[in-house]
Write a protein that binds this ligand. Structure first.
Ligand code: GCO
Length: 446
């Protein structure tokens, strides 16, 4: 056994998102979002589940803050529901929505938990979808106005801001595959949504800088660590293409390198180029303070005779209920890669976690062994990456509690706290005890 100590001042957190936990979708003037619409369309979400109640966090947030305090959580990443604050996306402000987040932020600060706020975790106000959603350039201005409103309101207490959560997922699944809200399948809509999402990010960063707010701002991308299925040079080239179409597509513009040439060509050849206007790329490249990294797994890549030139190869590691591999080495490996690729940015692991559907045993204990084991593996790898010089300063476990897992409904449990969807009771799992111990010792034995 070796003790893997994390650097002094390293922060330990948990993460959630508004639609996945809040419920109370019709309360206190909240507007309709694209997820409220999507979950009501037959066949979209497993079992017809909705976020109408979810974990009822809107009413139970004090209990949840106490739960976090009890585990020693140091920072809490959550998202604001844009439509609670601006029910129609822009224009009329809903004071009751702002007041809810005031109460939450204050409760966190009273318990010494630092808030880390995501502006957009996929729940676009429906009124903005009605004019085309992220395919409509004016939504980038609506986002900048919304950002200014919340920086003004919460900037005295919130010092860590994340503009967008995983643009690749909400554009790719929302506009290309149609598996998530708003459920569109259209390559041209996808390329527009990608560019406008990044532009919205850049505009919000500019608003933050120009407003002189204290604190820091960055973006969170979704990542998979891509590995070659074999040693052939063509396979190495295929891995680089996979990185272009996924990782570099969203990191490149933010770090001032523009869109990857392979991706630009792909869209141009299909008649749906990125709708770039003069000055856009400079706005998107407005410097950020940190990079948010979400990572859950890896993928093996092989060359393919298809439109993009690469494809996933058959998995070799055990599969998790989400269908991807249990690959604890992927976190440290990705952090090393991204750190090298972009010149050692400051990194926060804004999400990492494990789907483990273990239920309470006869005595009510939830011994989620897969999560505990993989969590250890992820953290050892992360520790080693830090020891090698990667500038990682915080880690947020996804998630505080089991919640609405988008198109999978409530069928996938990611919490370190069990949610009983019948009673809404929260039951800390064994992994929560383990995490509390890691926090206490600022490290782990493995
Ligand atoms: C994400 C998703 C989360 C998911 C989590 C587990 O940011 O990846 O936003 O909302 O619940 O990733 O799949």
């Amino acid at each position: 056994m070796v003790f893997y100590a994390f650097p002094e001042g390293f922060q330990w957190g948990v993460a959630t998102a508004a639609y996945q936990i809040e419920g109370a979708v019709q309360e206190d003037g909240r507007g309709v979002t694209i997820w409220d619409t999507f979950v009501r369309q037959p066949g979209r979400v497993l079992g017809g589940d909705t976020g109408d109640v979810a974990c009822d966090h809107y009413h139970r947030f004090r209990e949840d803050v106490e739960l976090m305090a009890g585990l020693g959580i140091q920072t809490y990443r959550f998202s604001l529901a844009w439509a609670r604050i601006l029910p129609f996306g822009r224009g009329a402000v809903n004071e009751a929505g702002l007041a809810f987040y005031d109460r939450l932020v204050d409760a966190l600060l009273e318990r010494g938990i630092e808030p880390a706020v995501t502006l957009y975790h996929w729940d676009l106000p429906q009124a903005l979808q009605d004019i085309g959603g992220w395919t409509n350039r004016s939504v980038t201005d609506a986002f900048a106005e919304y950002a200014k409103l919340v920086f003004d309101r919460f900037g005295d207490r919130v010092k860590r801001w994340i503009t967008l959560n995983e643009p690749i997922v909400f554009t790719g699944e929302g506009y290309r595959s149609g598996r998530m809200a708003p459920g569109i399948r259209d390559l041209g809509a996808y390329s527009r949504a990608v560019h406008h999402a990044l532009l919205a990010h850049g505009k919000a960063v500019r608003v933050f800088r120009e407003g002189g707010y204290a604190g820091e701002i960055g973006i969170t991308n979704a990542n998979t660590f891509y590995e070659p299925a074999d040693d052939a040079p063509e396979t190495a080239a295929a891995v680089e293409l996979a990185r272009d179409f996924d990782t570099r597509l969203f990191h490149g513009p933010v770090f001032g390198r523009g869109y990857p040439a392979s991706v630009v060509k792909f869209f141009a050849e299909r008649g749906v180029p990125f709708p770039i206007e003069a000055g856009d790329m400079a706005v998107i490249a407005t410097p950020t303070d940190f990079l948010g990294v979400n990572l859950y797994s890896r993928a093996l890549i092989q060359p393919a005779n298809n439109s993009v030139g690469f494809a996933g190869a058959p998995p070799r590691l055990p599969l998790l209920p989400m269908g991807y591999e249990a690959a604890p080495h992927s976190l440290g490996a990705f952090v090393r890669w991204v750190s090298k690729e972009y010149g050692r940015p400051r990194i926060y692991i804004t999400e990492n976690g494990v789907c483990d559907n273990t239920e309470p045993d006869a005595s009510g204990v939830v011994d989620d062994r897969t999560r505990q084991e993989l969590l250890r593996g992820f953290l050892v790898g992360l520790n080693e990456a830090i020891a090698e010089g990667c500038d990682v300063r915080a880690y947020y476990q996804w998630s505080l509690m089991d919640n609405f897992e988008w198109a999978f409904g409530y069928s996938k449990r990611f919490g370190i706290v069990y949610t009983d969807y019948g009673t809404l009771a929260r039951i800390p799992k064994r992994s929560a005890e383990m995490y509390a111990e890691i926090i206490r010792r600022n490290g782990l034995e493995a």
